[in-house]
Design a protein around this ligand. Sequence first.
Ligand code: FES
Length: 496
Amino acid sequence: MKVQIKSSENTIEIETNENNPLVAFAKNSIFINAYCGGKGVCKKCIVKYITNPPQPTDKETEIFTKEEITDGYRLICLHKLKDNDYIEVFEAKPSFSKIINNICVDDDKNYIAIDIGTTTIAISLISNGKHKDTLNILNPQVSFGGDVITRIAYSNEFSKETLVSVLNSSITKAIKTLKLKHNINSIKEIVASANPTMIAFFLNQDPKSIGEYPYTPPFVGSLKTKWNDIDTYIPPIIGAFVGSDITAGLINMDIKKNFLFIDIGTNCEFILKYKDKIFAASVPGGPALEGGGIDYGTIAKDGAIESLEFDSTLKIKTINNKKPIGIAGSGLISAIALLRQFEIIDTSGRLLESWEIEDAPLQLINRIKKNGFLLDNNIFLTQNSIREFQLVKASLNAGLQLLLNKTDININKIDTIYLAGGFTKSLTKKELINSGLLTLDKEFIFLGNSSLNGSTQLFCKKNREFLENISKRISYIEIANENNFQELYLSNMDFK
Ligand code: FES
């Protein structure tokens, strides 16, 4: 079939047999926001049909006005492509950030550090021993599934090459943008950190073994290789679900302490260090805390709601104080913590109706509407988003309990908890505890994107040697497939 696609740059005609629009678009290098991987929950994949639009679904009549429906606005993941469709798309825009990463390089050459997240990719340029810029782009593979297991299934069933090529062309384009912006000709080396599935696609390896028992990655340990003719270093991979994104983060930790490191994302990984022993484990998380899979969710960017504060009035804080555009992972945690504090969400996770609430400020009660708790003009914390959060909370706490049981380490012996993830550093310990995400009363240190921060510090010999030595001491513990994981998972679903 033939389909015409209009973007801000041009109109192209594609010829395709693929009726999944997200996949057809991605195969033709058109990447639109699709954080939930086509599940119909993120409401980001908005397009406008220029030719006859399909019948709107119930979801679409809920989120679009009558005029918008008549004008042809739809969520494209809810429809199939038809011959002669003519559709206007709104492509995912890259964003620059000036995060000050810690750097460790041995010379003044140009380097690239990449964190290939399942949802977003961050690419930092280092030049003359300084961090120049970071470019954040959407991982174009979201069109093929929101999590690594779905993408491995797509790769097995259809085409690994498509997943490899969309990923590599996006990263190549982003590096080119950074080079042009900063007038740089050549890159001496890349450090790329990611989970083992993303690394496999990045290096054109088959990730199949990661998705099948006994769940093994294509390689363990570190790797020096070439990517597009550029020298590339991959920090050590520990197991199928504990990758170089986790080990790179170890650079930021005080290895003399007894600590627990938790990276919360689509997958939740743990590193537990006690005396001379270091263990690693992982459990599935879900995209909720990266703003995916939740209603009105967004990645952490300008305008994303990152925290709520109630002190006689409700204050909503957004990233860089911009107009609210959606809820970031930290905003979700903060909102749930506040509503739990006033028992507006009950222990089962149900958002109560106004008349059921006994003792909460009227200002908060008045924000309870049909769609959920009103955060800002047309942005709601919905019941669905609370449920998505509960899934992450349950998985994380069940995983942690199993890890502590299996290693026979008493949590009271741990000095510090390092926390990394797609949420921002604006979170407080109180919010983490009130939301039920973590119940441990310990010192918390927020690391932000520890994978990228670690990668920018791995261009020097000293740090690389340190990391290689530490990583060899890590024992991988399988917990997600333990018999009692499911039981613990269910028992951690409710709020206490
Ligand atoms: S990709 Fe369509 S709603 Fe998320």
